[in-house]
Design a protein around this ligand. Structure first.
Ligand code: FAD
Length: 288
């Protein structure tokens, strides 16, 4: 079974600051990491390879420095890495990104063996749109399984898979046909992203990364790539302004817990006139 995992190199958002004057993101000195959800996607694909055999290819669309993320994925255990890089891809929004990735995956399928399963993360920690996975599935005409926390089983012969999908208020168990695209959550307690062996680390350093520009990825219509293929325009970026109102500290230096409770209640009732009368009426009606 051949799985493809889409990984994006992102700045470690825990270390990002917004410039207080220009409101632009200050990236200097911020380390680049593989988007965390994508590492879970890679782990899920590697577990399937452990069980069923086959290969795992990782792919990213990005600048030449994104090669670092691909080497990291190889050191975790991926078999092959493909970098889609071209000046025509620059300035891509999610529509153009999913177009380039879908074209690249179709080419990977043609070149290295039929792809049955594509994994993406649920979303990135920098763009946060969660649109790229579904965009790829639509373009490749693959079944689409989003917010997946676990792959329960894959029947390669029958061409089916069963996954757990986390939704609001519960978990759905879904069965689908292959080929499919899965957008992966952070996994569940049964999963941990592996570190990769020493052998994998050595292989990662030696392996040649496959580098494709638009033409090698089979793209003939360049108007669908990069800025030209991006209908979305970012009009303004700004940091949220701090709240004008500050929280009020109640109870500091109060004589007792009861006095603090009184103070809290009186602050609440001042903020919400009528609430006290409503609560009294409610307690009388439930007592009667
Ligand atoms: C008008 C416009 C211009 C932009 N210009 C630029 C620019 O010049 N440079 C720039 O870096 N960004 C640019 N962006 C941001 C860019 O569109 C997003 O980074 C990209 O489309 C991915 O969106 P996302 O981060 O929300 O991914 P999501 O949809 O949240 O990602 C979901 C999953 O898709 C996969 N994925 C996403 N992106 C990639 C990728 N590149 N390679 C492999 N897998 C991926 C990952 O598995 C990820 O977990 C621009 C956005 C807009 C709207």
């Amino acid at each position: 079974m051949h799985s493809v995992v889409c990984i994006k190199q992102v700045p470690d958002s825990a270390q990002i600051r917004v410039h207080p004057v220009t409101n632009t993101i200050m990236r200097q000195g911020v380390p680049a990491i593989i988007n965390p959800y994508d590492t879970w996607a890679l782990e899920a694909a590697l577990q399937l390879r452990d069980k069923h055999g086959g290969e795992v290819t990782v792919v990213t669309m990005g600048p030449p420095m994104a090669e670092d993320a691909l080497r990291r994925a190889l050191s975790i255990g991926a078999d092959r890495a493909v970098l889609l890089t071209d000046r025509y891809f620059a300035g891509a929004d999610t529509l153009a990104t999913s177009f380039a990735l879908a074209s690249g995956i179709a080419k990977i399928s043609e070149t290295f063996g039929k792809v049955s399963l594509v994994f993406t993360g649920k979303q990135t920690i920098d763009g946060d749109t969660a649109q790229v996975g579904p965009g790829i599935a639509k373009r490749l005409d693959f079944q689409q399984l989003t917010y997946v926390s676990r792959i329960n089983e894959v029947d390669v012969k029958a061409g089916t898979l069963v996954v757990e999908r986390r939704g609001e208020g519960g978990t759905q168990v879904l069965s689908s046909k292959l080929p499919a695209l899965v957008t992966m959550l952070e996994g569940d307690h049964t999963m941990a992203v592996r570190r990769g062996s020493m052998e994998d680390a050595l292989r990662a350093a030696r392996t040649e990364i496959v580098r494709w520009g638009a033409a090698q990825a089979g793209i003939t219509d360049l108007t669908k790539c990069g800025l030209k293929g991006s209908p979305t325009v970012v009009k303004k970026v700004y940091a949220p302004s701090p709240r004008a109102e500050k929280a009020k500290l109640i109870g500091e230096g109060s004589a007792s817990a009861a006095a603090t409770a009184d103070e809290i209640l009186s602050a609440i009732f001042t903020q919400a006139p009528g609430l006290e009368a409503d609560l009294l009426a409610l307690s009388r009606s439930s007592a009667g």
